[in-house]
Design a protein around this ligand. Structure first.
Ligand SMILES: [Zn+2]
Ligand SMILES: [Zn+2]
Length: 220
């Protein structure tokens, strides 16, 4: 077995416990690659996990003024290693890389007991060109149940539209027709940058009648 990220050979550990449980410890990424990712620990904005802060950040204050209380958890900072990871996973289309974080995601997402995971979709065009939704890939491999109830419309090149048109199509997400919303939703995305996608989706779902929504991303 080779490390999915650097290709170095991995040693399969045969420990006593593993033998007893007839379980083979399946490592898929080497120690050195794993340690290149930086967990968001210590100081971070309590609402959105922006690191290096201990009070509510400006992004979160902005959302608060818009009526959205940010309630987000992110696992890793979007450092160089994470950028490279997403570049290979998304843009080179290396679908196997969805597995790199499935164990930690499974552990962390299981903590949201009565929440239904809802994934952020890609537009149809993007889906066709990439061949997969990287967000769905991350969840699928955890084996946890999730809902695919959102649609993303293709956003046209904005130069062909005037400002009014742009404002109308500014937010490209919709709820699928006839969907019954669960009571508690955990909105899941791959990366949280300023929070626009997740918090506007949250606002849309609040308006649609779901009162209990948290958001989660692999990276921040
Ligand atoms: Zn490696
Ligand atoms: Zn914040």
């Amino acid at each position: 077995m080779k490390c999915l990220l650097c290709g170095k050979s991995l040693q399969t550990e045969i420990t006593f416990t593993n033998l007893l449980c007839f379980k083979k410890e399946e490592e898929i990424v080497c120690e050195s690659c794993i340690s290149s990712f930086e967990s968001i620990g210590g100081n971070h904005c309590p609402s959105c996990f922006k690191k290096g802060l201990s009070t509510i950040c400006q992004d979160c204050q902005f959302w608060c003024k818009k009526g959205v209380k940010v309630d987000h958890v992110a696992l890793y900072s979007y450092n160089q290693a994470m950028k490279e990871y997403f570049s290979r996973y998304k843009f080179d289309g290396d679908y196997l890389l969805r597995k790199v974080f499935s164990e930690i995601l499974q552990t962390e997402l299981k903590k949201y007991k009565d929440y239904q995971i809802v994934i952020v979709p890609l537009s149809e065009q993007r889906f066709k060109s990439r061949g997969f939704n990287q967000v769905e890939g991350l969840i699928k491999d955890t084996g946890l149940a999730y809902l695919d109830i959102l649609v993303k419309k293709e956003v046209e090149a904005s130069s062909s539209k005037n400002r009014a048109d742009r404002l109308l199509t500014d937010f490209p997400f919709l709820l699928k027709d006839g969907v019954k919303l669960p009571e508690k939703i955990l909105l899941f995305d791959d990366i949280y940058t300023t929070g626009t996608t997740l918090n506007r989706l949250k606002s849309m779902l609040l308006e649609a009648g779901c009162q209990n929504i948290k958001t989660f991303s692999l990276a921040r």
